[in-house]
Design a binder for this molecule. Structure first.
Ligand SMILES: NC(=O)C1=CN([C@@H]2O[C@H](COP(=O)(O)OP(=O)(O)OC[C@H]3O[C@@H](n4cnc5c(N)ncnc54)[C@H](O)[C@@H]3O)[C@@H](O)[C@H]2O)C=CC1
Ligand SMILES: O=c1[nH]c(=O)c2[nH+]cn([C@@H]3O[C@H](COP(=O)(O)O)[C@@H](O)[C@H]3O)c2[nH]1
Ligand SMILES: [K+]
Length: 501
């Protein structure tokens, strides 16, 4: 090497072995050599040993982030959602089934009734285009007719039974559940109603409105979705490590869940290791993701217990107070790099969980060894999250809360916090509000384009190639001083508008 050029950034092993806990903002990659276009970058990856994704993103199992709409939309863009467990096992299993019974990421709220029932306030929710009448009065049953909003408002006697004024269905209104958006759009042109009904095995599964089809059509073109060998969308679910979680797991498996995440802040425990063993013995086909871990030692224990994936992050989440409350955790960049180092030697994919604020953080997490990023805040407030929007100073906002916040704990996860001996409830998270972000069907395609540009700057055309650059010490990085971080942000302007896309 030419004299004077010896130092040009550190290799990752040197930077991360100095006793500092670094996070994404602390470090910066030095650019490398570009010899391919952005479009040549592939972000395809693995969530866990047996699950491949075309988009390296996972929605967090939090009750203000991932229920069935979010999981459907994540699968539709090629990512995956993990349904939270702050509800009853049967409700969680029903959400898994709901994801698996749809192939278009639309929001729908089907109201299904029997012929002898009446309509009361069902049309108050503006999103309901019709009330469906089925043989049994429930979904998964034969469609007998329907009532539109206009029919209901035009009715003199609101006490009438549905059977006395419902419309009979035209066969063109009913389409197979596996129809894609284009096919549903074509079908909508052939019917008088502004909705079609999706059917599976002779029973009603969903209703899709024209307004929703138009909304989804307006999003950037969706790539390959995350579909399992059965042709259904893939979905994960969170469970705990208590005895009762074994029953929850049984229901989830019966509903076709593709992976389970053992949801804990400190995964290196006897409880988790026993649960992994139970799952591997009882459901050898099911991928189990362990965590959370932040050290190589924690990771090694779970790898020994044969986990199929590791979730990394302790206290790095935007709503987390674990590091303040318990004094335990690790800077997320260091945690991801360290755990990925042992995980990669064992072929186990790593999920970098928490602390993602922008596309640059996603590039950093993936290049430092993760296979996917898990996000709460980045997706919170989007159209697909649970909860309702409120208006504040002319802006729409939605709730986003930690699963260890007092509010979330009192809703359902009480038991985990009030263990047999612990009588006092201590929060490790907060409740907050976030701004409306629009649909993830838009956010994720744009974000992934930005991530591809970051990979291109580094000369990495895939995650595998990025990890090769990292481990071969070709990738160079440095720590940014406070002033360098300020310089890397926008500065010196009286005012500005920041629009990412
Ligand atoms: N990633 C992070 O930094 C953090 C995440 N969280 C989130 O909060 C939620 C709750 O997390 P944790 O409190 O860590 O849940 P957890 O269920 O792992 O632990 C709660 C308590 O129950 C105990 N426990 C678990 N299984 C047991 C068993 N079979 N028998 C006896 N005791 C048992 C644990 O040791 C712990 O004291 C999760 O959604 C988690 O993701 C909370 C704090 C930090
Ligand atoms: O200390 C914590 N207390 C909590 O109440 C809590 N709830 C969630 N999580 C973790 O934070 C991750 C989401 O982080 P972001 O909002 O930064 O995406 C999630 O994916 C979790 O790992 C918590 N951590
Ligand atoms: K935090």
């Amino acid at each position: 090497m030419t004299a004077g050029f010896e130092y040009d950034g550190y290799a990752a092993d040197k930077l991360f072995n100095q006793g500092f806990s670094f996070t994404y903002d602390d470090v910066i990659f030095l650019p490398h050599y570009i010899d391919f276009p952005t479009d040549a970058v592939s972000l395809s990856t693995r969530l866990s040993r047996n699950i491949t994704l075309s988009v390296p993103c996972v929605s967090s199992p939090m009750d203000t982030v991932t229920e069935s709409y979010m999981a459907s939309a994540m699968a539709a863009v090629g990512a995956i959602g993990i349904i939270h467990s702050n509800l009853t096992p049967s409700q969680q299993a029903q959400m898994v089934r709901s994801v698996k019974s749809r192939r278009v990421p639309v929001l729908s709220n089907p109201v299904v009734k029997s012929r002898d029932s009446r309509i009361f306030d069902e049309f108050d929710d503006g999103s309901v285009p019709c009330v469906l009448v089925t043989e049994s009065g429930n979904a998964d049953s034969k469609l007998m007719g329907y009532v539109t909003k206009a029919d209901w408002f035009g009715l003199d006697d609101k006490e009438m039974k549905l059977v006395d004024y419902m419309r009979t269905t035209d066969s063109k209104m009913v389409v197979p559940w596996s129809y894609d958006l284009g096919q549903i759009d074509e079908q909508l042109k052939q019917v008088e109603t502004d909705f079609v009904v999706l059917e599976k095995d002779g029973g009603v599964v969903d209703v899709v409105s024209k307004a929703e089809v138009d909304r989804v059509k307006g999003c950037p073109k969706i790539g390959k979705g995350t579909v399992g060998p059965d042709g259904k969308w893939m979905v994960g679910a969170a469970i705990g490590t208590r005895q009762s979680d074994k029953e929850r797991l049984e229901l989830l498996v019966k509903s076709g869940v593709n992976a389970v995440v053992l949801d804990s802040s400190q995964g290196n425990s006897i409880y988790q290791i026993e649960m992994i063993r139970h799952i591997k013995q009882t459901y050898p086909e099911l991928d189990v993701i362990g965590g959370n871990v932040v050290t190589m030692n924690q990771a090694q224990n779970l790898i020994k217990a044969e986990v199929d994936g590791l979730r990394v992050g302790m206290g790095s989440g935007s709503i987390c107070t674990t590091q303040e409350v318990c004094a335990v955790g690790r800077g997320q960049a260091t945690a991801v790099y360290k755990v990925s180092t042992v995980a990669s030697q064992n072929g186990i994919p790593v999920i970098a969980d928490g602390g993602i604020k922008n596309s640059g953080h996603i590039v950093k997490a993936l290049v430092l060894g993760a296979s996917t990023v898990m996000m709460g805040n980045f997706l919170a407030g989007s159209t697909e999250t649970p909860g309702v929007y409120e208006s504040q100073n002319g802006c729409l906002i939605k709730k986003y809360r930690g699963m260890g916040s007092l509010e979330a704990m009192t809703k359902g996860s009480d038991q985990r916090y009030l263990g047999d001996t612990a009588k006092l409830k201590i929060a490790q998270g907060v409740v907050g509000m976030v701004a409306d972000k629009g649909s993830i069907l838009k956010i994720l395609p744009y974000t992934m384009q930005a991530v591809k540009q970051g990979f291109q700057d580094l000369g990495a055309y895939s995650l595998l190639s990025a990890h090769d650059l990292l481990r071969s010490r070709t990738l160079r990085l440095e720590v940014r001083t406070g002033a360098a971080q300020a310089e890397g942000g926008v500065h010196g302007l009286v005012s500005y508008e920041k629009k990412a896309f």
